[in-house]
Design a protein around this ligand. Sequence first.
Ligand SMILES: Cc1ncc(COP(=O)(O)O)c(C=O)c1O
Length: 503
Amino acid sequence: MKPIALADWLQQWLNVNSGEPAYRQLYRLLRQAMLDGRLPSGTRLPSSRELARDLSIARNTVIQVYEQLAVEGYVSAATGRGTFVEDISQDTIDSVSAVGWNDQAGPAGQSSRGLSTRARRLIDRLGFSRRQYGAFMAGLPDVAEFPAKTWLRLQNKHWRNSPGRLLSYAEAGGYAPLRQAISAYLYSSRSVNSNAEQVVVTTGIHQALDVATRLLCDIGDTVWIEDPSYWGLRNLLISSGLKVEPIAVDAEGIRPSRHDLRHPPKLIVVTPSHQYPLGMVMSLARRRMLLDYASKHGCWIIEDDYDSDFRYESRPLPSLQGLDSAGLVLYVGSFSKTMYPGLRIGYMVVPERMAEAFASALAELYREGQMMTQAIVAEFVREGYLSSHVRRVRNLYAQRRALLIDVIRSHYGDSLEIVGDEAGLHLVLALPEYVDDLEICRQAFERGITVRPLSDYYLHEARIRRGLLLGYAQVPPEQIEPAFKILASVVDAQLSMRKQSVV
Ligand SMILES: Cc1ncc(COP(=O)(O)O)c(C=O)c1O
């Protein structure tokens, strides 16, 4: 990009009214332009005087940003010659968007000196929040509704019955009765075909994804993910040294272009039951296409079925794994949403021929434990407590969802679209393209409301849509309206800022 084009581009994104200091905006944008190759190595940046003039900002701001980028190794300054972009190709991630959201303090780059490239990739664009509770944190079930008395009774029983081997390290693959119970539960609830040996107990989907990518991919292999997709997945893959290819989605789920199809990846990760975060269900035609393509080209598929137990208006399609006759799909899920996230118990269902390798690798890598908890979960699932709990909270979540939609509609009418509200634990409130959803999230966070910016789930800048993810499942009904009013005041201020600048 030539200097003048750089100034034009920066001008499009800099927003003096956003509340984010110009220094931070400029730092973030320039760094991103270098990471996504917009500013290739060797490019001479405009002088601080020129850039400050073109952007109508203080020259000191530009100098400060150039200095920060130099400290972090993104640019180098040669006295009298100018400031040049360094070779950071090792850090490059294809097509990364120009936005980045986390509610951690300060630019992540500052704390990353001395860390490996993989670690820097991980913390450069953190997704996890400092707050893990409260309105409208996405992805949380209502943990207060968990049947604690039943759990306590089962727990007491297992501790009383001479715990013995349950207190040792875990058996490879996890506690056998739990593997059996999960296999039966997934068959009846999700049409997943497996025997108990194919079920490997994990500490959640994150760990399942970590193990699966280690066992199926080598460093540098290409992985397709949906664009937009879950930040946890994106960061895990990027930090594992894999080449992440963000693939577009439409109303039927992942939609590889002709160009994509000409370059088969090693692995494809999808959320067919409930696209994360937009919420559509992958059509049967698309499922067939994906399975057919994977079997022709020898790709693996991971089906992330993170919250499909919560569907309010229709029955979910059976799992992709249930349709797979070639043994290419690995199904991953967890009890984080159906029981409680802090439990940290999940599972993967792997093809029969891989079962032993996966169970042993997991035991070798992580020296698993938690057999006592696994024994309690096994009974909880086997005796039907899980199914009845899910049925009960599903009704509760459906009411909260309806309440939140009513509150949104009474404030905004039909002027803002609500997306993906048929299932799961969150919905997306779509915003006009000109609105800075990251800024809304920052301001809302300061006021005690946790929402996530839709734009941050995209990797391809050209596909970015603006919006907010609102989790409703764990918000008590009486708090939904007051919490939304606080959020709406922040959203309204952003919407009106634009109106004023248009007038
Ligand atoms: C799409 C998706 N996959 C995986 C996870 C993480 O699941 P777990 O708690 O089992 O690690 C989440 C968490 O919200 C998610 O949204």
